[in-house]
Design a binder for this molecule. Structure first.
Ligand SMILES: NC(=O)c1ccc[n+]([C@@H]2O[C@H](COP(=O)([O-])OP(=O)(O)OC[C@H]3O[C@@H](n4cnc5c(N)ncnc54)[C@H](OP(=O)(O)O)[C@@H]3O)[C@@H](O)[C@H]2O)c1
Length: 269
């Protein structure tokens, strides 16, 4: 390449942005892994966004921002002001609001959008699931005869169990979460722990605490799946909270598929 061409090409590449910015909506183990993988790809800048619910979130590779955006409009503004090229929604499948906001915001900002949605758990022979649409419905669906309940649906939605405990004060609850809950259930114990949990651990826990029913969200994935298998083995019913409806848009189920999508979109962008 002669000198004139060299000057032309370096001026052109300075004018056009080569680095692509990816915003990951996070709060899940998959989002942590995705950020780490994307950080190794040249010319990709990764920013992970967390709601700020967990006091000590898992360590993230790349930039991190914490806190809500202020609805879909706030997120659209953020995408534009920060010149984000790609939004990858890797939030928990039950985090319906932020996913809806993401789908609206990308249209306003006119950028590429992908939802990383791990497959949900499917009921198999031997499972005894009571499927409900919300945590409130789950609390109401616990049979009156059940006295020892394992709550794994998160510390943020304990109000319905507090209400239930006023009707059935004899029920005892075991609550597992990463951070301590704000609400204290009267007849309960809190286990502070972060998955993944092994099958042996879950079997032991269900036996030790003489659990008669589990409340779970249909999170899918491997990290918290062992309780589903242990419950099946021990004949324990699960009150399973279904996922909210998700918006139309491009979806993949795994991290490698998300990376392939990004690399392909980058070429065509
Ligand atoms: N729901 C679950 O069972 C669950 C389980 C494990 C982890 N998580 C994680 O915890 C976070 C909150 O879950 P949620 O169910 O409360 O969500 P949500 O109901 O869908 O979202 C409520 C609001 O929280 C803010 N928000 C949520 N995720 C955010 C993110 N990644 N970055 C910035 N702001 C975010 C948004 O506020 P603004 O409207 O102000 O932007 C959103 O409107 C999510 O990131 C999710 O991945 C949720």
């Amino acid at each position: 390449m002669d000198l004139i061409n060299k000057i032309f090409y370096s001026a052109a590449s300075a004018r056009y942005k080569v680095v692509k910015k990816v915003l990951i909506l996070g709060g899940t183990g998959d989002a942590v892994k995705l950020a780490a993988r994307l950080a190794t790809i040249p010319e990709i800048e990764v920013i992970s966004s967390l709601a700020g619910r967990t006091k000590k979130p898992s360590a993230l590779v790349g930039q991190v921002r914490i806190g809500g955006f202020g609805g879909a409009e706030g997120l659209a503004n953020y995408l534009q002001e920060n010149a984000i090229d790609f939004l990858i929604d890797a939030t928990h499948p039950c985090a319906g609001q932020i996913t809806m906001n993401g789908a609206i915001a990308v249209k306003a900002a006119n950028i590429h959008h992908l939802m990383l949605v791990r497959p949900q758990w499917e009921k198999v022979s031997g499972d005894n699931w009571i499927e409900v649409e919300s945590v409130a419905a789950a609390a109401q669906a616990i049979p009156a005869s059940i006295n020892r309940v394992f709550i794994t649906s998160g510390r943020q939605q304990l109000e319905p169990f507090l209400q239930r405990s006023q009707i059935y004060p004899e029920t005892w609850y075991l609550m597992r979460s990463i951070d301590p809950p704000d609400i204290e259930l009267p007849n309960s114990e809190v286990l502070l722990d972060r998955g993944p949990f092994s099958l042996e651990q879950e079997r032991q826990l269900l036996r030790d605490y003489q659990i008669q029913a589990i409340v779970s969200k249909n999170s899918g994935g491997e990290a918290t799946c062992a309780k589903i298998i242990a419950a099946r083995e021990l004949g324990i019913p699960i009150i399973m909270v279904q996922r909210p409806a998700s918006p139309e848009g491009e979806k993949v189920t795994g991290i490698e598929d998300a990376i392939a999508w990004l690399l392909e979109s980058r070429i065509n962008f």
